[in-house]
Design a protein around this ligand. Structure first.
Ligand SMILES: Nc1ncnc2c1ncn2[C@@H]1O[C@H](COP(=O)(O)OP(=O)(O)OP(=O)(O)O)[C@@H](O)[C@H]1O
Ligand SMILES: [Mg+2]
Length: 427
């Protein structure tokens, strides 16, 4: 019988902090807990106030905990793509065993040897993604384990980011009382599962339009190729509406969610609503078409910036088209506007899991699925249960058993990847 496993992901966005608790059973994911609270202390993916961020994380975790009646201990953390650098790396080792069969240990050593290169002191390794393994003279191997050889090589991509940025995020998560099990680059985790195999193969831009920023991730030749961040997102639309309609930010946000439309040609003149005016007792009336023009201008500008960035990244052609995700892509008319400006095939990705059928959850879902994929490939050494029965809560028999099983079942792991990353963190 298959053993179900619990995963908790944490996406600290500039608009909201999302926590998902997922149970993966026989390869299928069920979301059993969700926390989502408005962020404080984060701007454009960077922490600007530690205490406020810790509180937002704690609130989102508490929300999710209440849904399952257990305490969350370990999380899979997403790292934003701001300032990320990708570089090609190569690892080479001699196969260890006497019979020359390649084992988990050889795989572990070759991946570690690829990281033994000079990473500048101000940068931190986030992830390493194998492109291919080479056993003696045979290349393009995806999993060398079980093969016979003398020499094992790995070509991969090393992802590094600013040490300051990542340390501050880690500090907040630790202060919120959590243990970090793994970290993954957000667009890598999200894009890997939002795109189809064909899209990843042919060349596709995966674009996550969040609250404070827009992240472009390029996939092609079946791998993650490049990423860039534009510091514009849905919250800029809120601000535009707030200024032009002279209404408080919170009102502007609600109007955007309720009546917002991105493509004025399709917006309605008859959909009318009233908004309170700052500093006055009166209300003003507007139509959906009126605000769709304000929203459309900002989004057109954003898509123009996306095109410029794609050009700068050397993209001349996108055979797989564009896949959009992120909270703001829920806006009506988004697809039409994106197709109009980007002049290519565009689709919107929404995770297909009960409880999180919203594009804003693409990253949190991707983090869980990425962690599960890595565990399946590498095995996983568990230091502590992902969740534990809260002292204040009555024990939930089924889940308690699962937590206990998880605690005792220690698969022989390969890379204790989180440990590797955090060993030198808080020196
Ligand atoms: N139903 C909706 N209609 C329109 N906009 C929405 C809707 N739901 C959320 N948004 C907008 O989406 C944005 C937040 O998206 P998301 O949650 O993906 O961002 P984030 O991950 O918090 O931020 P970032 O990725 O930039 O750090 C906000 O501007 C929010 O107002
Ligand atoms: Mg986000």
């Amino acid at each position: 019988m298959s053993q179900s496993e619990l995963y908790v992901s944490l996406d600290i966005g500039s608009s909201s902090v999302k926590v998902l608790i997922g149970e993966v059973d026989g390869g299928s994911l069920h979301v059993i807990g969700v926390g989502n609270v408005q962020s404080a202390g984060i701007r454009k993916g960077t922490i600007i106030d530690i205490d406020a961020t810790v509180q937002s994380i704690r609130k989102a975790i508490d929300q999710a905990e209440r849904m399952i009646g257990m305490q969350i201990r370990e999380v899979i953390l997403g790292i934003p793509a701001n300032g990320v650098v990708l570089q090609d790396v190569k690892g080479v080792v001699a196969v260890n065993s006497e019979n020359r069969e390649i084992t988990d240990d050889d795989l572990d050593r070759v991946m570690k040897s690829a990281q033994v290169m000079s990473v500048p002191p101000e940068r931190e390794i986030v992830n390493i993604i194998p492109k291919q393994f080479i056993v003696d003279d045979y290349d393009e191997i995806t999993d060398p384990r079980g093969m016979i050889g003398v020499r094992l090589e790995m070509d991969g991509t090393l992802i590094t980011t600013s040490k300051t940025l990542v340390h501050n995020i880690l500090r907040c998560v630790e202060r919120a009382g959590l243990v970090i099990r793994e970290i993954y680059l957000q667009p890598l985790a999200a894009g890997t599962f939002a795109l189809t195999d064909d899209e990843k193969n042919h060349g596709t831009a995966f674009i996550d339009i969040g609250g404070g920023s827009t992240t472009i991730a390029l996939f092609g030749e079946n791998r993650f190729m490049a990423t860039a961040v534009i510091p514009v997102g849905g919250d800029h639309i809120t601000k535009d509406l707030s200024i032009i309609l002279k209404t408080p930010t919170e009102q502007a946000r609600k109007i955007k969610h309720q009546y917002g439309h991105a493509f004025s040609d399709d917006a309605s003149d008859d959909e009318l609503f009233e908004v309170p005016v700052i500093g006055a007792d009166s209300k003003d009336q507007y139509s959906q078409r009126y605000i769709s023009e304000i929203i459309g201008v900002r989004l057109e500008e954003l898509f123009d910036l996306v095109l410029e960035e794609l050009y700068r990244m050397g993209v001349r052609d996108l055979p797989g088209g564009v896949v959009l995700t992120g909270g703001i892509t829920k806006l009506d008319g988004m697809l039409q506007l994106a197709r109009h400006v980007l002049k290519t095939r565009v689709r919107i990705h929404t995770p297909e899991y009960i409880g999180v059928r919203e594009p804003m959850y693409a990253t949190a879902v991707g983090l869980i699925r990425y962690a599960h994929m890595q565990d399946t490939y590498f095995g996983h050494v568990q230091d502590s249960p992902t969740v534990q029965v809260a002292e204040t809560q009555p024990p939930a028999p089924v889940n308690k058993k699962k937590a206990a099983e998880r605690n005792t079942e220690k698969k022989p792991g390969l890379l204790n990847r989180a440990k590797k990353v955090f060993d030198n963190f808080f020196e």
